[in-house]
Every structure is written in C-alpha cells, then in structure tokens.
Design a protein around this ligand. Structure first.
Ligand code: K7E
Ligand code: CUA
Length: 624
C-alpha cells in the first residue's frame, strides 16, 4: 500500500511537470484531477471509443409535443444559484425555479416578510443535493429537501404548492454537503458536514487541526429541528440511507485529517461510515452525549471504535454513495481510484457485532473508469456510474461484479466531464430503467458561446436497451449538482392556494390586530405610531385601494392578497423606487415591510400580466 501511495506521488509530480504553459482546458482539467487516480490502479485499458456495439439500444423519444405533458418531474439542484429547479423529463423543459436560499424578484423571495423570516439577512446559498420524502421506499409526494453547503443549512420545499417552507441552520457544522432522508417513512433527514472545524468554533484550537471535527446530523423531517449529532473521523461527503430505517451512511475522505491538498489525499483508503440509528436514538433518549457552545443539540462520539459507527475502508478519497433499488447494495465511487466498492448492507450487522471486519462488507470492487463519482440504477440489476475524468458513463452489472466476472456492459461518451448522474426513479424501490440524466460540468462546443461564463450541458440518455443512447442535450444554468427524476403520478400539486394556509399566519395576525375582517376583500390603512399597515386585495384588474398616504420617515407594511380564484391568475405588487416587488398567486397573501425616506408620489403596480387592463392595475403611494 505504501508503495502504491508513493507511486501516486510520483505520478502527481510527472503530471504537474507535463502540464503545458497554456494548456487547453480539457487537458488542464485532466492533469489536475488525475493526481492520485493513477496512483492506485492505473488507467483502465477499456476506452469508450473501443467498445463495440454489442446489442440493441432502446428507442425512447425525448420529444414531448405541444400541449403534451412530460412523464416525470425532475427536481434539480441549482448549485451556487441557491435555488432548485423543476424540470419536465424527458423534454428537458424548465418548468419552474423555486427560490430557496437565494433572492428572487419574480416571487419576491427575500422581499416578503415570510421569506425574510426564513432567510434572515442571508441572500446566497450553494445547493447540491435535492432529495424527496419517502414512504416505504417510494416518494410520498410531500416534500423536497435541499442542502446549503455555503452556510450549513437544510431547506424543506412543500410539494403541494412547490414553495420553500422551512430553513434550518445546522449547529456546529460547516460545508453541509451530502443529505439523505429516511426511506422507510417520513422521519429524518441526515446531513453530513464536510469541513472539519474546532468544536465549538469559538476561537479555541484554531491552529490545531487534530482537534477539529465533523458531525453527522439528524434533522427531524416533520419539525425540521436537529435531533442529534455524531462526531466522526474524516471529512464527510455524500450521504445515503438504507430502505428500512436502520442505517444512515456517509462517505468520508481525508481520513488523514489534513488541511492541505497533499495531506488530504495521502491515504489509499478512506471510508464509508455506517451509522447504527437504533443505537444512537436509544443513547440520545437516555440523555447521553455532550453539547458544544450555545447549541443544545446532543452530540455522541462516533469516531473509530465507537458502538455507533463502523468504518468500512474504501479507496480512495471516495465521493458518491448510492443504494441500489433492491436495498441490498451501497455503491461507493472511488473518485481517485478507478473502482467502485460494492458494500453488502446485509453484512453490516455482523460488522457491528464484531463478527466480521468492516472491510468484509465489501463484496466487489470493479474498475469502471478514471474518476468515478456517482451511481444510478435500473430495474435489471445494472448500475450506471459517472466517470468525471474519462467523460463517460459506465454501465456495469452488479451481480457479475460480485461473481468476479467482467461486469462492464457498455460505456458511452458524454459532453463533458460528468458530475452527478441519476436515473428515473433510481433512488426508490421502483427504479424503471428508462432514463439517465448526465449532469455535465462543461458544455464547451455544444451550444452558442455566451461569454466566459458558459452554461452547462445535461444529456438525457435512453437506458431502456442493452446499450445507452444519448438522445438530447439540454443547456442548463450553472450549476446543477444533482437531480432526481420522479414519476408524475406521485405528485398532486394544488392549483389555487387554500387561503387558510398557515403560511399566511403573520398576515392573518396583523389583520386580526388591526380590525381587518377578511383579507380577501381588505382595503384598509391603519397607522400605529410611525408604522403604517396597508391591507389591499388584488382582483383583476384592480387593487382594492387606488391610493394610500403615509408620512416621510414611516415604516410601511404592505399586505396584499390575490382575491382571484382563477387558476393561473397571478398578481403582485411593485412599489416604484422602494425595492419592493413580490407576486401573489390565486388566494395567496404576502406582505413586505419597507421604509419611506422621501416625499413624493410613487406608483405601485401589478407586475404580472393578469388581464387586458393589467397595465392599469396600479395606484399611488403618496408620501407627505
Ligand atoms: Cu458530486 Cu456536491 Cu453531489 Cu456535485 S457533489 S458533482
Ligand atoms: Cu394584476 Cu397584472
């Protein structure tokens, strides 16, 4: 092993020397990431272009004609945009952008009092992983969850209305990256913190990285409050759960505990950490654990040798972990090793009991290509692994890999440098083996050039046949890290808001306090000291108030309700020169609070084209 590690270092140096002064982008990237990859296993002989056509391809079509509906909802991470996106699959149509951690003027996210109550004064996020809530291994259509790596938060999105309803800050965490919900029922969301930090991070131990730690956090999926945390070794990356509520799992790299690149990739193997949920819950119930700083959340010590965890060695700086639709196998992608490690989850109990070594849970470790990152599955026992450096998807057979036979079924070139991959219903019991989406980090020559910041490229791949077939390029706004493709019959979105929804509690309480009987017909201005509350309703093409008067220096809270019950008829309000702009869809109420620093006449208007007289849907705010 030491020999191999040393060899890795030599290769690294060679690659560094070979990097030309003005390298073409692809070769630079290759040189940069190849690092330890060659160190462990060397290049795989098989090249995508060498693969002979060995069988039939599928014949699915991505064409969805005008007026036709897609078969699947796609839930797309928006990456550093901080949002999530809803796509129609297979068309690749972007149906909606749901603001989560970001500012969004169309919906007034970051402007309305409700959104501000979730966001505080933060305006950015870095979403990586979107996952949906489950019941018995299938999506229950209730929620989507998404992480914010930038500020260690977890958000929940309601899927009755496709809006963000909760954001939770994760204590003692930095770089919250992999997340995964329970698959047996609506119970918990497990969140991995990637960065090791001093615990508590209050200025102590800053120069002593040996004392840093990273925590695996359990967030209650109903209350969205943290339930417990477990301290681990290494930096956690991707997360997964089994199908029975027994285990959560975290890929962990940097077992070295290093803080520089060279330190972090020195070992040949890091780990898949498996958490024994029953044991953890039982000890938390008994009151065990410690707390850090001002957080009240109990933390158990799950470092190597603890009863809460086992550390399954897998090569090398691994990245993704994905559980197959039978629920038996967890596939860990090697990243710096050209292998994937197949972990038999039925052996994990024996490892916890000390009857076998953790490494004995690994039942296969086939070579799939250079830079494997993530794996998706069909319903025929095949896995599809994204290979970043080779720019291919490798289809391989799990059973063959376990038997020690050559498991490679097919490789296909993608364009270019794939990160995540997912297949239709892949993360459920009902994987259907129809589509794979390849979320590629680089689009290069695939689209009209649009300046130095390019769009990215997602490729839809028909996997219904023996061989894969790219059927569609979809240009996408940077950067989708991950996506879930879910059958459309699992969702029942509302067409009109229920005006009793708890989302409008704040506005309803204001109405009660200031004597407004019904927000649906409200037209009232109330002064409370230097704060003026304006209640109005929009019913196309009118606001219930043509004007309202306030005084210079006042604070104004504008409560606007869409009184229309007609599907698809949104209004909104924009107050000229006051940075207030938000939408209200049918039967929705929202409010925004702002200052009026200057005298004058300021038109407010409806920014959503709602009626032939939409442009006339406006009034004056008079500031005296
Ligand atoms: Cu592979 Cu953040 Cu899921 Cu991106 S992570 S690729
Ligand atoms: Cu209401 Cu435009």
């Amino acid at each position: 092993m030491d020999e191999k590690a040393n060899k890795g270092k030599e290769v690294k140096e060679e690659v560094a020397q070979e990097t030309p002064k003005n390298p073409e982008r692809r070769s630079l990237l290759k040189a940069g990431v190849v690092l330890g990859a060659a160190g462990i296993g060397g290049a795989l002989g098989l090249k995508a272009t060498d693969i002979e056509a060995a069988g039939k391809t599928g014949n699915l079509s991505a064409h969805v004609g005008p007026g036709d509906l897609d078969d699947y909802y796609g839930f797309w991470s928006g990456g550093h945009s901080g949002e999530i996106r809803i796509m129609g699959i297979p068309s690749g149509r972007e149906l909606k952008r749901i603001p989560v951690f970001n500012y969004d003027a169309a919906y007034g996210w970051g402007t309305t009092n409700f959104s501000k109550s979730l966001l505080g004064d933060k305006r950015s996020g870095d979403t990586h992983h979107v996952h949906l809530s489950y019941n018995d291994g299938i999506y229950d259509g209730k929620y989507a969850f998404v992480n914010d790596k930038a500020q260690a938060r977890l958000a929940r999105i309601r899927l009755d209305t496709f809006v963000t309803d909760t954001i939770t800050e994760i204590p003692n965490a930095q770089g919250t990256h992999g997340i995964f919900p329970s698959r047996n029922k609506l119970d918990a969301v497990y969140c991995n913190s990637e960065f090791r930090i001093p615990l508590p991070n209050d200025g102590k131990d800053m120069l002593d990285p040996k004392k840093y730690g990273a925590l695996h956090t359990c967030i209650d999926a109903k209350s969205m409050k943290p339930r417990w945390q477990v301290l681990v070794d290494g930096n956690m990356d991707l997360c997964a759960t089994d199908y029975h509520g027994k285990y959560s799992m975290a890929i962990s790299y940097n077992s070295e505990g290093g803080v520089t690149l060279n330190e972090m990739i020195a070992s040949d193997r890091d780990w898949l950490i498996v958490f024994n949920l029953a044991k953890i819950e039982a000890d938390i119930k008994r009151g065990k654990g410690t707390t850090y700083g001002s957080s009240k959340v109990k933390v158990l010590d799950g470092r190597k040798g603890s009863p809460y965890t086992i550390y399954i060695p897998v090569p090398k700086s691994p990245h993704g972990v994905n559980v197959d639709p039978t629920g038996r196998y967890a596939v860990c992608a090697g990243k710096l090793s050209p292998t994937v490690s197949v972990v038999d989850l039925e052996k994990v109990d024996q490892a916890f009991a000390g009857k076998i070594k953790p490494r004995d849970c690994v039942v296969a470790e086939p070579e799939v290509g250079i830079g494997p990152l993530h794996t998706a599955f069909d319903n025929r026992g095949n896995a599809y692994t994204s290979i970043f450096i080779d720019s291919v998807i490798t289809k391989w057979n799990i059973a063959k890999a376990i038997k020690g036979e050559n498991p490679i079924v097919h490789k296909i070139d993608i364009h270019y440098q794939v990160g995540h991959i997912n297949a239709s219903m892949s993360e459920t019991k009902e994987a259907d083996g129809k589509w794979v989406i390849s979320l590629n980090k680089f689009s290069k020559d695939r689209f009209l050039p649009v300046g130095p910041f390019r769009n990215e490229n997602e490729q839809l791949i028909d996997i219904s046949g023996e061989e894969m077939r790219v059927v569609h390029d979809v240009a996408t706004h940077p950067e989708p890290h991950d996506a879930v493709i879910a059958r459309r019959d699992l969702f029942r979105p509302e067409k009109v808001w229920n005006n009793n929804d708890s989302r409008f509690d704040l506005e309803r309480n204001l109405a009660k306090k200031y004597g407004v009987k019904d927000l649906m017909t409200a037209a009232k201005v109330v002064r409370d000291g230097k704060h003026v509350y304006v209640f109005m309703t929009g019913i196309a093409p009118n606001f219930s108030l043509n004007e309202f008067t306030v005084k210079k220096g006042d604070t104004v809270t504008l409560v606007v309700t869409n009184g229309d019950k007609v599907e698809d008829l949104s209004h909104g309000i924009c107050v000229s020169h006051h940075d207030v702009n938000f939408g209200v869809s049918p039967q929705e109420t929202a409010s925004a609070t702002f200052k009026v620093p200057n005298k004058g006449v300021f038109w407010f208007y409806c920014p959503w084209f709602c009626h032939a007289l939409h442009l006339e849907m406006r009034g004056r705010m008079i500031v005296t």
